[in-house]
Design a protein around this ligand. Sequence first.
Ligand code: F3S
Length: 388
Amino acid sequence: MYLDPEDERILQGEFGETRQKMLEILTALGKVFGAEKIIPIKSAQVSGASYKTIGEWGLRWLESLQAKVVVPTVLNPIGMPRDHWEELGISREFAEKQQAIIEAYRRLGVKMECTCTPYYLQLTQYGDHLAWAESSAVVYANSVIGARTNREGGPGALAAAIIGKTPEYGLHLLANRRPQIAVTIDGLYSPKQLKDIYGAIGYLAGKQVGNRIPIFSGIRARRDDLKALGAAMAATGAVGLFHVEGLTPEARIFKFGSAGLEEIIIEQSEIAALFREMEVDVVAIGCPHCSPTELEEIARLLEGKTVKKPLFIFSSQQVLRENRKTAEKIARSGARIVPDTCMVVSPFMERYRAIMVDSGKALAYVPDMCGAMARIGTREECIRTAVG
Ligand code: F3S
């Protein structure tokens, strides 16, 4: 694999042991996946930020690193909000470990934004090469923005952030971004009905698509709908990129569209079967973290109402800062807005027995990660359940 003279010096250890080790990670990845060179990236997003997921070993590894990131870098959600964590019943022991992780990342120069929606925080443009780790952010960046990133692991993304480069393989290469399987949705859904079920469609499609690149036809979705669709496909499958004919930015490059590809149909009956009734003790919205538009929709649905069942809304600090009035409207209902963390990576959701979500990704992850049953509903149904 080609390395420029400065990279060679990093590899010889001239710029410290951490940078040397980080470049070794990148060259090892590049060799495994057949990369010819390493290429500059515009930004990084690092997973492995919650003490619940990385534990003591991960914390010690982070504390051992001596370097700074050289591109804008943010974190995936951590295991608790940075402020007022006591109010959620987080133990002091967990909080201290989580704070040590935050401190370790801060020392590395990582920006203290902890979110799975980094595309709301920093400018990410068509054609940018990135090293992002969160699977739902990866699929959004590739599909909706037309940027290019593989599904990085936590160490690979951090290594790329510290070196400022990533091996050029997989989804960084246009030839690997062609549609591989066609997906259509059975049934006569209106755009309004479809809007509420993209998470469920993604949940079902991901299981059949696996790690291939699907192309959808016949849908007109908003960015938030595509976010829900991609996040769910990345969870039940290993989808890193999808196209929508006539909609997503790269669909027009591959002119043959869905013609000649194997086709799968998501049946209306399968979608309906996912929306089963079940008694829940909590409602959680914001997987992936809510956008400004989603916060506005939640505020509108909650207007003049009081929640009777716990309702948690997850979003990033920055989005909440920039939409303070909307957040205040939501909070007036008694709903709890929680930044920095999420229903899956925080231990505070583990006390619940059954969780209602509006997300296909959460539907897939909640049973294993929270030890709770999960029910999916539309956003409107979620709010209705919370207000009783
Ligand atoms: Fe984000 Fe947590 Fe869902 S990281 S995509 S809110 S599982």
